[in-house]
Design a protein around this ligand. Structure first.
Ligand code: NA7
Length: 589
């Protein structure tokens, strides 16, 4: 398909220019890169050709994948089947993505571990033992490492490498990918596997540098244990990360102050060790469970679709149902109790009120309970956290809730946090303040095309994609679980597998038919964006100030980013697009 020799000739010039910008001080890199380029110049072969692959220069690939989380790892594994020369670039020094970075105390997945795992290898799913119903971060990271070893992935992953730029040349149909250390790689395809929640955000508080204690962000937690014993700790943020961290830190700290701007709903995880019988039964039926999961909106088996609307049931009947769900644990089970919970305001309010009643029952101090009761959004329209003893934690004598809704933080001082009402002194501050979600990691990279297109400019009014998989004007770039796809509104691993399998088929088609360039059609993209918005607008989701709409980032355009029609429906659409010869895409030789 693509002529790699054109790629090399062209890049000879580009590399020289880039080196001037990025790595002029690094003579060793410069020298070795120059040798490799001269070598590349003599090659004349095509992507996927094994002979070329083995002899190709080190910096030239068929596919560069950005990120070695679950998406990047599976992409690498799958694309090896096509005998493509693939390189994965990863900013961290290990695999795991989100689960590599989010090491905060209490970090745990909110999807059952037997579901939140790869389905592509039956041997893998049979041999791996999940100890708990909802896996903790260290167990998920262990699993990611196991997968990397078992499938020999590390040899094609370059760690400690953060991508800074990616430029597509329309003449050579190649991407040139630059790293923060000045390294340049070229590839016909660039696959963004950079994650939805991978650009942590510390709000721009005045004075943070003056703080004499230590501060942490949940999404960039140190690798070594942080000991809060005897410490005065302040935590800002009560999203999913804060809600998981707070009960754990409270047990250790001398005193914990929780700074809450917006009260959040949360439901109990009712986490427990998995019994050998449950595991055995699940493994015996894994194939059926995965097939069932693929037919659900969220990619998880075990939750039969609801048949009723909330208000079809009497208040007493609803109470019985929600009580049961509350005691069984799980957020999907809770939100999937009725058909219209995320569509109908009155229906949702009935459920929201059930949770508020729970909060008032659990939290002994009525004033504190009132502050903890959410009143500005419908339950489930923001990510519904799963907790272990979150509301109970506010009954501890060493925990104080600080309501910063009407008395906001004005600055971080040498000693701690100052609000409009007073100053609080701390030895440590934890920022559980979230991420520039869904677009942050992609827009962090300067992505351009030689005809002048710039992704940051194109997406300045909000992300625009075709199927959440590609964006018009940026050929040969594929996004895994990008905005406009179900992504964060599903079991992420199911969504990743669906995307990677689709990309595999696309690249196989491109290889077989000798195409050089694949691009989303602008008209198809506009229709998709419209459809994504229409689906979102038929629900209550866009009403909440959530990271789904970018509301947590000042100045970020307010667009509801995930596709919420369900992974099952989305899968059918993607398959149809492929079956119709990649409808809505332009494939060129
Ligand atoms: P979230 O869900 O974005 O939560 C961030 C929290 O931090 C939330 O309570 C915010 O309050 C709070 N926040 C953010 N900025 C500020 C400022 N400037 N002042 C005070 N409070 C602030 O991030 P998480 O890490 O908890 O969860 C992200 C996802 O990771 C989660 O949904 C799971 O899918 C995994 P706000 O609500 O904006 O008033």
């Amino acid at each position: 398909m693509y002529s790699a020799s054109y790629c090399a000739v062209r890049h000879r010039w580009e590399f020289v220019l880039f080196i001037g910008n990025y790595a002029s001080q690094n003579h060793v890199a410069w020298g070795s890169l120059k040798i490799r380029l001269d070598y590349a110049y003599t090659q004349n072969s095509s992507i996927g050709d094994t002979a070329m692959t083995s002899a190709a220069p080190a910096s030239q690939y068929d596919v560069v994948v950005i990120g070695a989380g679950f998406a990047g790892m599976y992409t690498l594994h799958r694309l090896r089947e096509l005998k493509l020369r693939v390189k994965v670039l990863e900013a961290g020094d290990g695999v795991g993505g989100t689960w590599y970075w989010n090491r905060y105390p209490g970090a745990r997945c909110d999807v059952e571990s037997l579901e939140y795992s790869y389905s592509f290898s039956d041997d893998l799913q049979q041999e791996w033992e999940w100890p708990e119903r909802f896996a903790v971060q260290p167990d998920i990271l262990k699993y990611a490492n196991h997968v990397a070893d078992r499938f020999d992935l590390r040899r094609d992953i370059q760690f400690n490498t953060r991508v800074k730029s990616a430029t597509f040349d329309r003449q050579t149909n190649c991407w040139t990918i630059g790293t923060t250390t000045g390294e340049m790689l070229s590839a016909n395809f660039c696959i963004m596997a950079s994650g939805n929640l991978s650009l942590p955000r510390v709000p721009d508080f005045k004075g943070l540098n003056n703080f004499k204690g230590k501060w942490y962000h949940t999404g960039q937690w140190p690798h070594e244990k942080v000991d809060f014993t005897g410490k005065r700790v302040g935590i800002i943020g009560t999203g999913a990360s804060g809600i998981q961290t707070i009960p754990v830190v409270a047990k250790e700290a001398k005193h914990l102050h929780v700074f809450q701007r917006t009260a959040n709903f949360s439901v109990p995880s009712v986490n427990h060790k998995l019994s050998p019988e449950v595991v055995k039964k699940h493994k015996a039926n894994y194939k059926q469970a995965r097939a069932e999961a693929n037919k659900t909106p969220f990619g998880i088996s075990g939750y039969p679709p609801p048949s009723k609307n909330v208000l079809d049931d009497s208040e007493a009947d609803r109470e019985v149902i929600f009580e049961k769900k509350w005691n069984t644990g799980g957020n999907i089970s809770f939100l999937y109790s009725y058909k219209d919970l995320l569509i109908n305001k009155d229906a949702n309010e009935a459920v929201s009120e059930f949770v508020r009643r729970k909060i008032r029952t659990i939290v002994k101090d009525a004033k504190v309970a009132q502050i903890l009761c959410p009143d500005d959004h419908y339950i489930g329209t923001k990510r519904l956290p799963l907790d272990t003893d979150y509301f109970e934690t506010f009954n501890r004598p060493n925990v104080t809730l600080v309501n910063i809704k009407n008395a906001p933080i004005v600055e971080i001082t040498e000693k701690g946090i100052k609000t409009t009402e007073g100053e609080y002194e701390f030895d440590a501050i934890i920022f559980a303040t979230g991420f520039d979600a869904m677009t942050g990691a992609i827009m962090d990279i300067d992505i351009q095309v030689t005809d002048g297109a710039e992704l940051r400019k194109k997406w300045s009014g909000g992300p625009k994609t075709y199927l959440g998989l590609m964006t018009a004007g940026f050929p040969n770039m594929l996004i895994i679980t990008g905005p406009g796809s179900p992504s964060v509104k599903t079991n992420m691993i199911s969504a990743i597998e669906q995307h990677v399998d689709w990309i595999f088929d696309l690249l196989k088609h491109v290889k077989d038919k000798q195409y050089a360039r694949v691009e989303a059609d602008l008209d198809a993209e506009e229709k998709w964006v419209k459809h994504v918005n229409e689906v979102a607008d038929s629900t209550l989701y866009p009403l909440a100030n959530s990271w789904y709409v970018g509301a947590n980032i000042p100045g970020k355009p307010r667009i509801f980013m995930p596709y919420v029609a369900g992974l099952d429906k989305y899968r059918v659409i993607c398959d149809q697009v492929a079956a119709e010869g990649y409808r809505g895409m332009v494939l060129a030789r």
